[in-house]
Design a protein around this ligand. Sequence first.
Ligand SMILES: NC(=O)c1ccc[n+]([C@@H]2O[C@H](COP(=O)([O-])OP(=O)(O)OC[C@H]3O[C@@H](n4cnc5c(N)ncnc54)[C@H](OP(=O)(O)O)[C@@H]3O)[C@@H](O)[C@H]2O)c1
Length: 288
Amino acid sequence: MADKRSDSPPSLLITGCSSGIGHAAAHTMQSRGWRVLATARQRADVQRLKQEGLEAFQIDLADSRSIKAGVAELMTRTGGKLDALFNNAAYGQPGAVEDLSREVLRQQLEVNLLGTHELTARVLPMMRAQGHGRIVQNSSVLGFAALPYRGAYICSKFALEGLTDTLRLELDGSGIHVSLIQPGPINSRFRDNAYRAFKDNIDAVNSAHASTYQKVQARLAGADGGKTPFALDPDAVVNRLIHALEHPRPKARYAVTLPTRLFSLLRRILTSRGMDAVLLRSTRAERR
Ligand SMILES: NC(=O)c1ccc[n+]([C@@H]2O[C@H](COP(=O)([O-])OP(=O)(O)OC[C@H]3O[C@@H](n4cnc5c(N)ncnc54)[C@H](OP(=O)(O)O)[C@@H]3O)[C@@H](O)[C@H]2O)c1
């Protein structure tokens, strides 16, 4: 196992373990011999994770006090050491860009970008003191390709990519490696959570996009049978996480799913106009 410096198992903190990718990652990495510190936003989920045999405590990325308390808890449990951090937690706020209030956009950035950043900045001193560490960011195909009606989430993931690329350069030679995973569609609770955020925060009736929102809502509600084309199970992401955490030479980026690999290629060879045409075409059915 890369970067292991003692006989005790290497430690890994994961955010957003209540469901989906974080939940799968926590169990898989624990079964591979890591000491997993599984965190979740809600107390009830922390209890459930403990019952599943995981070492768990609370971190809510929307709340600085919760992040601070979570890092204090981590330090107490590990004696101030952390070998790896998987910044997994995030949610998607759907809605047309012009329908996003400042507060709703702020909330999206608070969780997906600023909370993730704060947690990372708080654990980096531990990794620097050790002289090694791994940081893995769960980004998205929407971290480099834009699709309509997902602007808040896309903004958060584009920003996460920029911050992460910069951090990787700044940590060059430190022994701390930083990787981005870019999943396309993954079967998880992501869509249910996005639908909730849509209903809570978007005025779908009094919008210039009202008719399109009927389609958007139908998709989020699972009118397509909940089956997203090319979707993979969370294990597809966890497999790349294993490489990022355990390989001696982790990659800067891991593309997961066919849509990610395809959009990544097209973005390199097409003009912006050509790329827009592809992105609009790929979402035509959900808009008309
Ligand atoms: N599913 C996809 O198609 C897909 C594609 C590309 C990238 N991703 C990325 O994969 C990651 C995991 O998503 P998923 O697919 O596994 O979706 P998920 O099942 O909805 O899991 C998201 C996790 O993030 C947590 N979370 C949300 N807000 C939080 C907060 N304020 N503080 C701490 N945790 C919070 C959720 O906790 P609660 O249960 O408490 O809400 C949940 O544990 C995300 O970064 C997402 O952007 C997903």
